[in-house]
Write a protein that binds this ligand. Sequence first.
Ligand code: GLU
Length: 312
Amino acid sequence: MTDVNLKDTDWQLVINQITDEVKPLLQHGKVADYIPELANVDSNSFGISVSLLDGREYTCGDAQMKFSVQSISKVFSLTKAFSILQDDLWKRVGKEPSGNPFNSLIQLENENGKPRNPFINAGAIVVADCVVSHTEDSLNTIINFIRELAGNKDIKMNHAMFRSEKAFGHRNAALAHFMKSYGNIESDVDEVLDFYFGHCSLSMSCEDVSRAFLFLANHGIHPISKRRYLTASQAKRINSLLLTCGTYDAAGDFAFRVGLPGKSGVGGGIAAIIPGLLSICVWSPGLDKHGNSLTGVKALELFTTKTGISIF
Ligand code: GLU
């Protein structure tokens, strides 16, 4: 990163070029439909938003369009849980890549109900339990927290998405009950699942998401509000987990191609950060076989290639 002259980087030009270059890919991904409501989206959409720590913002394409953030929201609930439980959190959830699909039950039995990491569904459900067990009115608490991070009071849950997730979330219910049997869920399972489905059902734009991730690019302090959300060490740990576990069981391929910590969701969004510089969000609903936005990964790969900036 040191041999790149940041002053010479024309961020708008870079993301305009990327938006043009990825267009032919839009038809190749497959929109998720295991939550039926997720399929109600235009697969041709593509948005990109870059937020710099100095307050500059650059957007292109459908960057203002709201999409279902899904697993990206796991980063916000993890931030909340980590700031509440501190390192005790890691007694209940691990820090290793799982190498299994995000909703797999297999590992959990062998590992006595302790999920491998906070980004697979089982791990995010334990994190959800931590938040539910330690906050009043948990769902509103997390929504307000995300609104504050994004600087947008209009961020809302999509109720149709929430109902669809709840109606078809049998695997997540199975994971939660299974972990309860090991004593790794403290609160009422339905309450925990409602919280989990609730934050996954939030609708946000690329612009919202890139702003909301800025604190992770700035050692835990949001550069605009100057509020500290995590210690520098905690922010480092979340970023490390994003790099190793943030993009399903393709985290190795993502790190290889993009070279940034990032979190994807089955709604087609991917958020990533460059420590000390910026956060970025891309969105395109067509997914690859691992559940990452096919065009989104390519766009991020082009971003780090064209700018010459990554964490390596
Ligand atoms: N709410 C989704 C689920 O639990 C999140 C999946 C994802 O984005 O990875 O299945």
